[in-house]
Write a protein of this length. Structure first.
Length: 269
């Protein structure tokens, strides 16, 4: 039992194992009640029991397949009417390293529904209430493949680029409404993710694989510091700042009434 102040309810998707289970642990210790979402009810129940015993927080389990339309809508409906929610951690996700030619399109379809549609719909379900209450935060687990899609499967990279772009846009739209959004871009992290994607983590050079606990602790330290995009492995943060500066420098030049002269197109000017 801890004496931490009550911080409201945090929803953590993909909480049954890996990165999500660590988020659940850390957030309960910080003072959040929890709603834990994933398919594996037994693992969620065991985690909920442990965390409520150790922290005294209320921990609810919502067993759901977030790639399934009916399950996703059931979770949305429950979360939409829960005014205690102050934090949404969109973390559930699957990925793989396989190329288009070696990938099953049905698995890609499921990946897009889980990695893209589920965080989108859960955000739409929860944000209006947060805005009405004038406070709230969202943590979206993206990946370094959001900016380096050549590293793994292209649909996975595209799904995480969506998460990064969506987070960037949400920050732009919601910052003045009291809502904070953080996109976390982990590099290789030691979880079941790799085995489930067909490449056990032991196949990666150990010097690029971070323990999930260190990854989450770094991401939460960055969240506390108000970072909007966090790359836990990145030592030289000026590299990210230069990337963002280059992106921002492009913005005034991206739309024009005529194509650029280098294309040689005869214009109507
Ligand atoms: N591990 C890495 O190297 C790495 C790097 C960058 C980003 N990420 C991202 O980090 C997030 C967490 O991954 P992880 O590494 O912790 O992997 P993990 O250990 O495999 O955990 C994935 C979590 O998502 C849940 N999940 C999977 N399919 C689901 C579904 N259809 N409906 C609901 N929940 C589902 C799993 O629970 P159930 O199986 O019980 O449903 C589990 O709790 C993912 O978004 C992943 O893309 C991971």
């Amino acid at each position: 039992m801890t004496n931490t102040p009550y911080l409201g309810t945090a929803v953590v998707t993909g909480a049954s194992t890996g990165i999500g289970a660590i988020y659940a642990d850390r957030l309960a210790r910080r003072g959040y009640d929890l709603i834990l979402v994933a398919r594996g009810k037994d693992k969620l129940d065991a985690l909920a029991r442990r965390l409520s015993d150790e922290t005294g927080r209320a921990v609810e389990v919502l067993a759901a397949d977030l790639s399934d339309d009916a399950d996703l809508r059931r979770v949305e409906a429950q979360l939409r009417q829960d005014a205690s929610i102050t934090l949404l951690v969109n973390n559930a996700g699957i990925g793989t390293h396989s190329t288009l030619l070696d990938s099953d399109v049905e698995r890609m379809d499921k990946m897009v529904r889980l990695n893209v549609l589920a965080p989108t719909r859960l955000t739409y379900a929860i944000v209006p209430g947060m805005v009405a209450r004038g406070k709230g935060a969202i943590i979206n687990t993206a990946s370094i493949v959001a900016i380096a899609p050549e590293l793994l499967n292209g649909v996975y990279g595209g799904s995480k680029a969506f998460v990064l772009a969506f987070s960037t846009s949400l920050n732009h739209e919601l910052a003045d409404k009291g809502i904070r959004v953080q996109a976390v871009l982990p590099g290789a992290t030691r979880t079941d993710f790799w085995e489930l994607g067909g490449l056990p983590v032991e196949n990666l050079p150990s010097e690029i694989v971070m323990p999930a606990s260190e990854m989450v602790d770094a991401a939460l330290a960055a969240f506390d510091a108000g970072e909007r995009v966090t790359i836990p492995a990145l030592n030289d943060v000026t590299l990210w700042q230069a990337y963002e500066a280059a992106r921002n420098a492009l913005k005034p030049h991206l739309s024009s009434q005529h194509p650029a002269p280098r294309f040689g197109v005869k214009t109507n000017a």
